[in-house]
Design a protein around this ligand. Structure first.
Ligand code: GAR
Length: 195
């Protein structure tokens, strides 16, 4: 089975969805490490309880963005993953980082890209009067939230939606879409671990 490293910053519900999906005997990958920039990320507790290797690298422990990223690179490469998945990882990665893992780094974003890159996507979708919103899994490139799309799932925007109700409807789709999209990417990857 192919090896997945997941980067999180918080709740980690998408990471948990990947861990749960990977329990199926025919799933093409397994989550071998969960890394965070936030030592108190709730998702780290879930991962540790699932017997998965975890580590946290807080930004303030490093003198520069480059040194901070180098800590992640060392941990990722140590885990020898086939695929690196961002799941609510709330830092913009450098061009060097993105290039290092080109074609092996994907993200889930809570909008139908190219609509609403960046933050506060649900509030912005409501504000814009959208009747259709959703989530996107995409390859990460150096332009934020703009890499090639792997898969998308739409959800309706209801007239009485708040950012919170819309976010929870989108999140339910994220939890289905990410495991499916990761499986698709893994099945299409050659068996070269990152070194
Ligand atoms: C998810 O909705 C994810 O799409 C979004 O943050 C949430 C993380 O939830 N990601 C971004 O906004 C990336 N810029 P989770 O920690 O429970 O998976």
């Amino acid at each position: 089975r192919k090896r997945i490293v997941v980067l999180i910053s918080g709740r980690g519900s998408n990471m948990a969805a990947l861990v749960d999906a990977a329990k199926a005997p025919d799933y093409p990958g397994e989550v071998v490490a969960v890394l965070s920039d936030k030592p108190d990320a709730a998702g780290l507790v879930f991962a540790a309880e699932a017997g998965i290797e975890t580590a946290a690298f807080p930004r303030k422990a490093y003198g520069s963005k480059a040194e901070h990223e180098a800590a992640f690179v060392a941990a990722i490469d140590h885990a020898q993953p086939d695929l690196v998945c961002l799941a609510g990882f709330m830092r913009v990665l450098s061009a060097d980082f993105v290039t290092r893992y080109a074609g092996r780094l994907i993200n889930i974003h809570p909008s139908l890209l190219p609509k609403f890159p960046g933050l506060d996507t649900h509030a912005r979708a409501i504000e814009a009067g959208e009747t259709r919103h959703g989530c996107t899994v995409h390859f990460v490139t150096k332009e934020v939230d703009a890499g090639p799309v792997v898969a998308q799932a739409p959800v309706p925007v209801e007239p009485d939606d708040t950012p919170e109700t819309l976010a929870s409807r989108v999140l339910m789709e994220e939890h289905k879409l990410y495991p499916k999209a990761v499986a698709t990417v893994l099945r299409n990857l050659s068996r070269n671990v990152i070194r």
